[in-house]
Design a protein around this ligand. Structure first.
Ligand code: PLP
Length: 478
């Protein structure tokens, strides 16, 4: 394929859009410019391939396809069947999974599908069994009452939010925290690492229906074999949410005890983070949960997005190629180079380093809150996000941490030398930023001062780092 084909495709698409609503075409073009110019260290973002992006912009979007491959509630789904079956096959092969369900629209949706599947499989309710075998009309009001109470009274044990867990792992602001009675396991205050003995103890005391592994902001490997043993010891279903690190599993950086797929009963993920696919979600599971998982739509999901499933098939095919394993290894090499560069300059990192794609800086060492640090870095052309650190004194809004990740910059081709220079830029901004004060003289958690000339200088240096590594090099919209 000629590189020119990518330029022509995107240019033609914008021309067609521009004829209807030029402001949308302009915004799409501006988004490319912005992404090209920013040093993107958001651990959950990436850049999907042109093939993945283009697979989404077509008439698959026009199809309703409720149901599963070969068993649709709508006619004319033969081509949707093709792409959904392909995406599922690539997912099974890539991850060595018995079953893959590729309809979830996002990671949160994938978790809802998983929660429902486990509840439906595990809750010993005669009313639920009736409902499952299409005797719904025979259910009495009392059955419904019992069913709702039984479903809503189950227990979930997951990683605590401030140790890096995710909102959907049973926390109150999310529906999972309203569906489940939740308890969480944290990390050892001294090392920042998961203490598996404490997890086992919590499991023994709490007896969860579901033990959840997985995180959004934990910079280390997780031993899924041990977590599975803990789940088995209390009869819990072991679920892993690998939304952040699916690319590292796909690229065989996480193997053996650290690969969740052979150990978990059910695994959920996003497809757009380190996996580098379209914005979406996916569920992998053992055979006994497959039927329940396949009920995801319409049980908790809206109609499938066939254009996104087509893009998932493309991205998963890409992830099965040998160069994806190189990519995954470079993500981790880059994160470690970034961590080493920061440590050498005196930064404090949660757990003292990383063995995955992300680094969590405790910015209280610089006298800043996460919010001040995030904004000062943004002023300097460096895009990160603030994040709680374990036992964070500043809460979830201001926080004391900055989470940085390497999947996106690694896609652009930056390597370990550039990561060291990135560490220098970050460290310079954070040392030169000073916390501000409120009108009454008390310390502000939001205000800060950073010399504008310095911010400009760092922005130019960030741009210089990116210049040799153009984003979507084959795409020229001018
Ligand atoms: C990002 C993330 C999600 C949510 O994914 P969305 O696609 O935004 O819904 C769920 N779980 C974990 C662990 C995540 O990191």
């Amino acid at each position: 394929m000629s590189r020119n084909a990518e330029s022509t495709a995107f240019r033609s698409a914008l021309e067609v859009i521009r004829a209807v609503e030029p402001r949308v075409a302009d915004a799409i073009g501006a988004e490319l410019t912005d992404q090209r110019e920013s040093l993107k260290l958001i651990a959950s973002e990436n850049y999907a391939s042109p093939a993945t992006l283009l697979a989404m912009g077509n008439w698959f979007s026009d199809k309703y396809a409720e149901g599963t491959v070969g068993r649709r509630f709508y006619a004319g789904c033969q081509n949707v069947d093709t792409v959904e079956a392909l995406a599922a096959e690539h997912a099974r092969e890539l991850f060595g999974a018995a079953h893959a369900y590729v309809q979830p629209h996002s990671g949160i949706d994938a978790n809802l599908v998983a929660f429902w599947a486990v509840l439906a499989d595990r809750v010993e309710s005669p009313a639920l069994k009736k409902a499952q075998v299409r005797q719904v009309n025979d259910l009495t009001e009392a059955d419904w009452f019992a069913l709702r109470r039984e479903l809503g009274n189950q227990r979930m044990l997951g990683m605590s939010l401030d140790a890096g867990g995710h909102l959907t792992h049973g926390f109150r602001p999310n529906i999972s925290g309203k569906m489940f009675d939740q308890r969480s396991y944290g990390t050892d205050p001294a090392t920042g690492l998961i203490d598996y003995d404490r997890v086992a103890e919590a499991a023994r005391e709490f007896k969860p229906l579901i033990l959840v592994g997985g995180y959004s902001a934990y910079p280390r490997k997780v031993n899924f074999r041990i977590l599975r043993e803990i789940a088995d010891s209390v009869g819990a279903t072991f679920m892993v949410d690998m939304a952040h690190f699916a690319g590292l599993v796909a690229g065989k950086v996480f193997t053996g005890d650290f690969d969740p797929v052979p150990h978990a009963h059910i695994v959920t993920t996003t497809t757009h983070k380190s996996l580098r696919g379209p914005r979406g979600g996916m569920v992998l599971c053992q055979p006994e949960l497959a039927d329940q998982v396949d009920r995801g739509c319409p049980m908790v999901l809206g109609g499938p997005l066939p254009h996104v499933m087509a893009a998932k098939a493309v991205a998963l095919a890409e992830a099965r190629r040998p160069d994806f394993a190189d990519y995954a290894q470079r993500i981790v090499d880059n994160a470690q180079a970034l961590a080493d560069g920061l440590l050498r300059r005196g930064a404090t990192l949660v757990t003292g380093g990383t063995d995955n794609h992300l680094v969590l800086i405790d910015v209280s060492g610089y006298g800043l809150t996460g919010r001040q640090a995030e904004q000062a870095l943004l002023d300097s052309g460096i895009v990160t996000n603030r994040n709680s650190v374990p036992q964070d004194p500043n809460g979830a809004w201001y926080t004391s941490g900055i989470r940085i990740g390497t999947p996106a910059l690694t896609t652009r081709g930056l390597g370990t030398a550039e990561m060291d220079q990135t560490a220098e830029l970050i460290h310079t901004v954070l040392t030169q930023t000073t916390a501000g004060a409120n009108a009454d003289g008390t310390p502000s958690k939001a205000k800060y001062t950073l010399d504008a000339d310095l911010a400009d200088k760092i922005s130019r240096q960030a741009a210089d780092l990116l210049a040799p590594h153009p984003l979507y090099p084959a795409v020229d919209l001018t």
